[in-house]
Design a protein around this ligand. Structure first.
Ligand SMILES: [Zn+2]
Ligand SMILES: [Zn+2]
Length: 257
C-alpha cells in the first residue's frame, strides 16, 4: 500500500464549499474504483491549493488508464469549482500495510474481509494477496461501488459482533455467518458476477464462531450442498473448510482453535 498526496490547484476564485464538494466527488469516485483505499482522507487548504492524502494499493494505481467513467467525469467537474485535475505525488510505501497481488491471471479469487482489514476485499486464490479492484472488469455501472458497500457492511457487522456490547451482536453475527442472510446473499451475487467477468472460481467466506465442541465442528458440512468440505490443511492457514462445487470457504469455529 502506498501513501500519496493529491494536489488540487485553484486557477480561479472558488468557495470552500464548492471546492470541497468537487474534491469529495473525485475521492469517492476513486474509492469506488479501488484506486484509493480507506474511508478517511484528510484534506488541507494551503495558499491557493488543496492537498488530500490517500492510500493506494499500487504505486501506479492513480494512472489515468485505471480511471473509471465516474472518475473521469468527476475530474472534469473540478473545473466548475475552479480547480485543476489533481497532481499525484507518491510519498512512499506504508510500513504497516500488506502488498498487492501481482499475479497476471489468478486461478481463483476469494471474497474476504474483516473489520481490521484496510484493503481490497478480493483476494488472489494463489497467494492470498489483495487484488486491486481496477484489475478486474468493472462489476456494475463502470466501477466496484457495490463491492465496496458490501465490504463496509461486512466490516460494520464484524466490528459489532467482536465488540459484543449490544443486542445487535447476534443479528450482526448472523449476517456474516449464515448463508441465507441479506449480506451473504449480496456477497454471493457479487461472487457470481466476478465469476462471470473473470471466468475463474470465486470463493465466498462464511464466518464461524460458537458450536458445541471440536468434534462436532470438524464434522460440519457445507451449508449449501451438505457435502464434506473439511480440508486436511487449512487453506492459507485460515480456511479450514472449502467446498469446490459451491465455492464457499469457512473457518473452524473460533471457539475451538
Ligand atoms: Zn496472486
Ligand atoms: Zn457445497
Amino acid at each position: 500500500m502506498f501513501v500519496a498526496d493529491l494536489t488540487f490547484d485553484c486557477y480561479q476564485d472558488t468557495t470552500l464549499d464548492s471546492a470541497e464538494a468537487a474534491i469529495n466527488r473525485v475521492v469517492n469516485a476513486l474509492r469506488f474504483n479501488g484506486q484509493i483505499i480507506g474511508d478517511e482522507f484528510p484534506t488541507v487548504l494551503k495558499e491557493g491549493y488543496f492537498i488530500t492524502r490517500v492510500m493506494c494499493p499500487e504505486q501506479d494505481a492513480l494512472h489515468p488508464l485505471n480511471h473509471s467513467p465516474f472518475v473521469k467525469h468527476s475530474i472534469k467537474l473540478l473545473q466548475e469549482a475552479g480547480l485543476l485535475a489533481p497532481k499525484v505525488k507518491i510519498i512512499g510505501q506504508d510500513i504497516h500495510a500488506n502488498g498487492a497481488d501481482a499475479c497476471k491471471a489468478p486461478n481463483s479469487y476469494i471474497l474476504y474481509t474483516t473489520y481490521v482489514h484496510t484493503c481490497s476485499p478480493l483476494y488472489c486464490g494463489d497467494d492470498f494477496l489483495p487484488v486491486p479492484l481496477y484489475r478486474i472488469p468493472a462489476i456494475a455501472n463502470g466501477d466496484y461501488k457495490a463491492l465496496i458497500k458490501w465490504q463496509e457492511d461486512w466490516q460494520a457487522c464484524d466490528q459489532i459482533q467482536i465488540n459484543g456490547a449490544t443486542r445487535c451482536e447476534f443479528a450482526a453475527l448472523s449476517e456474516i455467518s449464515n448463508l441465507d442472510s441479506d449480506l451473504s446473499r449480496r456477497g454471493l451475487d457479487l461472487t457470481k458476477r466476478i465469476r462471470f467477468l473473470t471466468g475463474k472460481p470465486v470463493y465466498y467466506y462464511l464466518y464461524r464462531v460458537g458450536g458445541e465442541d471440536l468434534a462436532t465442528e470438524q464434522a460440519r458440512k457445507c451449508p449449501s450442498c451438505g457435502g464434506d468440505w473439511l480440508l486436511p490443511e487449512p487453506w492459507f492457514g485460515l480456511f479450514d473448510f472449502r467446498c469446490d462445487s459451491c465455492e464457499l470457504v469457512s473457518n473452524l469455529s473460533w471457539d475451538f482453535q
